[in-house]
Design a protein around this ligand. Structure first.
Ligand SMILES: NC(=O)c1ccc[n+]([C@@H]2O[C@H](COP(=O)([O-])OP(=O)(O)OC[C@H]3O[C@@H](n4cnc5c(N)ncnc54)[C@H](OP(=O)(O)O)[C@@H]3O)[C@@H](O)[C@H]2O)c1
Length: 258
């Protein structure tokens, strides 16, 4: 086995090389981006994932947003992380045309106020339970009602986004939404950052434990193929896991320098 010599991704305001490495392989593509501590925690002491990531993760996080049509996020994460209305990351608008949309998944239809104050209202994917509250918050034309016997039909919701020109989906969690997305077989790719920290047994994992009615187990266990692994001098590891096995198997040792 011969491995190529590491490539160093020096800081680059235009992020052209990272954008090439992370280019979505298809116009319809669902990518998830999550961060975990070394011992599997999905958040730190303050209950937010923002406290376990670092500059290397931030660099890739921004590029992934710059390459997407829409950021899909659970309402719980939008509330915990105080999501605001989105735009393309500053300085990276050249990486993809058009605006970056935000789409919230909520059964209740409770839309956090922080996302309502910006250049564009978010889209809301909900079921029949949340339709009225969601429409009151963002207007019926931004609500996708996809109901499956009282739960949100995410396959239909993701398809509805694609029909509206939002085929490149970047899902930023959280753990309950990821449980449903994985269980329903909707995820093409998982970008997983391993942060060089241990946080102990308190925080949950990046996939929730099935306590909410939308959560689905991954059965049978699904193999993931490592499409690439970037390593930062801080110890942060940035892996791209291909869940459809389209990428050639391999390990590309690339060092990011934040
Ligand atoms: N490590 C990471 O990469 C990462 C990423 C994101 C979040 N987080 C952390 O995760 C924590 C939040 O966890 P969480 O599991 O509560 O997040 P979550 O999945 O974003 O939020 C759960 C809420 O989102 C809605 N939701 C999620 N999946 C749904 C589905 N399939 N159908 C209908 N509604 C759905 C529901 O909202 P309603 O209650 O409105 O119905 C549900 O109560 C925070 O601490 C956050 O910082 C970590």
């Amino acid at each position: 086995m011969l491995l190529p010599a590491p490539e160093v991704l020096a800081p680059d305001p235009s992020e052209q090389r990272l954008a090439t490495i992370y280019a979505p392989p298809a116009r319809r593509h669902v990518r998830v981006n999550m961060v975990s501590s070394v011992d599997g925690g999905a958040w730190g002491d303050d209950g937010r994932s923002g406290s376990i990531n670092d500059e290397a993760d931030w660099r890739v996080f921004r590029v992934l947003r710059a390459l997407a049509d829409v950021v899909l996020v659970g309402a719980g994460t939008a509330r915990a992380e105080a999501y605001t209305a989105l735009d393309r990351p500053r300085g990276l608008a050249h990486l993809a045309p058009g605006p970056l949309e935000l789409a919230l998944v909520t059964r209740s239809g409770r839309v956090p106020g922080t996302v309502l104050d910006g250049p564009r209202l978010p889209w809301v994917l909900t079921g029949s339970t949340g339709a009225e509250a969601a429409a009151a918050a963002v207007g019926a034309d931004r609500v996708v009602v996809a109901d499956d016997d009282g739960t949100v039909d995410l396959a239909a919701g993701v398809a509805a986004l694609a029909e509206r020109g939002m085929g490149r989906v970047l899902c930023e969690g959280g753990p309950h939404l990821l449980a449903t997305m994985l269980g329903a077989g909707l995820v093409d790719e998982l970008c997983l950052t391993t942060a060089p920290q241990l946080v102990g047994a308190g925080p949950g994992r990046i996939v929730a434990d099935g306590q909410q009615d939308g959560d689905l187990p991954v059965r049978p266990p699904r193999p993931a193929r490592l499409a690439h692994l970037l390593a930062a001098p801080s110890g942060t590891l940035l892996a791209r896991w291909d869940l459809r096995h389209r990428a050639a198997a391999g390990w590309a040792p690339t060092t990011t320098v934040p």
